[in-house]
Design a protein around this ligand. Structure first.
Ligand code: 5GP
Length: 176
């Protein structure tokens, strides 16, 4: 079986959409400072490009979490692999994700961050797969593209740690 990647959003489409998102975020946060939290590793490309399109003062921090148990039986209980370096208390926090699928990991992550008393906590994702949602009530403030139920790679997203470096978002399929 060989792997095949078909372009879903080209490099140019991704760049244009991120520029729009950056403008919108800059307008919404006018007069404030944003503390951007990137969920590693998948969100890193998006975060770097998005940050360059945001014009209000901005600081960054990184967090890495992993789900307990195997992928199929994930309870959404997440383990912090790398915690934030700085406190988020009193800050306007924007969590930047690569993709929201079931919402399990994210709902736990947002819950943990909320307990640390940020002034505000919003979510920004490049891709949103609403058809996969299991956890209700996750509010996505900024969403780049809504995608159908498919497995995507590229632009930070991996399959077995590969494909993160593709400059576009593609659908991965397996062929004989
Ligand atoms: P969930 O929302 O299901 O808790 O988990 C989201 C995480 O699952 C993402 O951060 C990403 O790592 C992974 N994920 C979900 N859908 C996809 C997909 O289509 N492609 C890739 N590469 N990862 C995905």
């Amino acid at each position: 079986m060989s792997e095949h990647v078909r372009v879903l959003f080209s490099e140019e489409q991704v760049r244009e959409r991120i520029a729009e998102m950056g403008q919108q975020i800059s307008r919404d946060y006018e007069g404030k400072q944003i503390h951007v939290i990137c969920a590693l590793k998948g969100g890193v490309m998006f975060m770097c490009d998005l940050a360059k399109c945001i014009t209000v003062p901005l600081t960054m921090d990184f967090m890495s979490v992993s789900s307990y148990g195997s992928g199929t039986t994930s309870s959404g209980i997440v383990k912090i692999v790398k915690d934030l370096d700085e406190s988020i208390e009193g800050k306007d926090v924007l969590v930047v994700e690569d993709i929201v699928d079931t919402g399990r990991t994210l709902s736990h992550l947002l819950g943990m961050l909320q307990q640390r008393n940020p002034k505000s906590l919003q979510l920004c994702t490049l891709l949103d797969k609403p058809s996969g949602r299991v956890v209700e009530g996750i509010e996505v403030a900024y969403s780049g593209f809504v995608i159908p139920d498919c497995f995507v790679v590229g632009y930070g997203l991996d399959y077995d740690q590969r494909y993160r470096n593709l400059p576009f978002v593609g659908i991965l399929s397996f062929e004989d």
